[in-house]
Write a protein that binds this ligand. Structure first.
Ligand SMILES: [Zn+2]
Length: 275
């Protein structure tokens, strides 16, 4: 059983990730693996459906989220809720600038339990606001990893950085997008340093997964069927990660990876039979 951090970086196309200088994510990939994980053909290349698949391990036709505006079917709790239910007394941590990930708005909450969201509900979500949100999210995550919360230290966390997606929507897949990915890598590095410090202080052996939800067209934008829009990926490293990645991985495979690392069988928490 290992504490688990899932870091979600929104809208980072796989080839753009490979082209950017990302030493922090590279180090993680070297310790574990990095694989392309194309968005499944039955899923829209939209944040709501893709993050819901990552959170629940269910394909889009089952969870029913087709866009960012409408909640899906209450089929199965997200992996953080699952871990809390399986291990009473355990706390988890979620932080995101994009509201539906942690708030009951639009297709949310994708992660139930009212996670940290640094933006006011009516704040216009532009690149500058996204950068401020990501900075606040990194600071809050480092705080929680260093000191815990009133409820204790988290057994699992989902932390979302949103700026690269906003930059691609505004400017397309260009130099600014690459720079936003590199900034996200440095932000990931601050969180990973806090994980290492925590591990050194407590003896905990953390599992870390980093994933994106979808890619982008060259001109910016997603939601369609192109290879570029489906070009997602996964990086994973730690004691809960198999030495070799799953063959032909899908975004639905992230959920069992997280639960397995956390020592939770999928059926333990919800009482339902998982196929
Ligand atoms: Zn997205």
């Amino acid at each position: 059983m290992s504490p688990v951090l899932v870091l979600g970086i929104d809208g980072v196309r796989h080839d753009a990730l490979c082209a950017a200088s990302t030493p922090e994510l590279d180090r993680l990939a070297t310790a574990g693996f990095r694989v392309p994980v194309p968005v499944a053909a039955d899923s829209p290349t939209i944040s709501g459906p893709c993050w819901t698949t990552i959170a629940t391990g269910l394909p889009a036709p089952v969870h029913g989220v087709r866009d960012n505006a409408t909640p899906g079917n209450p089929v199965r709790p997200d992996f953080l809720s699952r871990i809390r239910a399986a291990r009473p007394g355990t706390t988890t941590f979620a932080a995101a600038g994009w509201a539906p990930l942690v708030r009951p708005v639009g297709c949310g909450p994708i992660f139930a339990g009212h996670g940290f969201r640094p933006l006011a509900p009516d704040e216009r979500y532009d690149v500058a606001a996204a950068n401020r949100a990501d900075e606040a999210i990194v600071a809050a995550t480092v705080d929680v990893l260093s000191a815990g919360t009133e409820a204790g230290t988290p057994a699992a966390a989902f932390v979302h950085l949103g700026t690269p997606d906003l930059v691609a929507h505004r400017d397309g897949v260009a130099i600014g997008y690459r720079q936003a990915i590199e900034t996200a890598d440095r932000r990931a590095g601050r969180i990973l340093a806090a994980v290492r410090a925590r591990a050194a202080a407590t003896g905990e052996d953390w599992t870390v997964l980093v994933a994106t939800d979808h890619g982008h067209r060259d001109g910016g934008g997603h939601g369609g069927d192109s290879v570029a829009e489906r070009a997602a990926w996964l990086i994973a490293a730690g004691p809960g990660v198999p030495r070799r990645p799953p063959s032909m991985p899908t975004q639905a495979d992230i959920y069992p990876l997280v639960l397995s690392a956390a020592g939770v069988r999928p059926a333990d928490a919800g009482g339902e039979a998982d196929g």
